[in-house]
Design a protein around this ligand. Structure first.
Ligand SMILES: [Zn+2]
Length: 47
């Protein structure tokens, strides 16, 4: 049986302010890989 759940210490979802590119990473990417704009952490609304 698999226990699939999000671990806040593993990966977070970051979204580009400018172009909307989504990056899933354990660490903040800092800037968008596509356009270089700032990324924001989308967080995990699901508990
Ligand atoms: Zn971008």
């Amino acid at each position: 049986m698999k226990d699939v759940k999000l671990d806040p210490n593993e990966e977070s979802t970051y979204e580009c302010f400018d172009c909307g590119t989504v990056v899933v990473s354990a660490t903040a990417p800092g800037s968008c890989p596509s356009c270089g704009a700032d990324m924001r952490n989308r967080g995990t609304p699901l508990e």
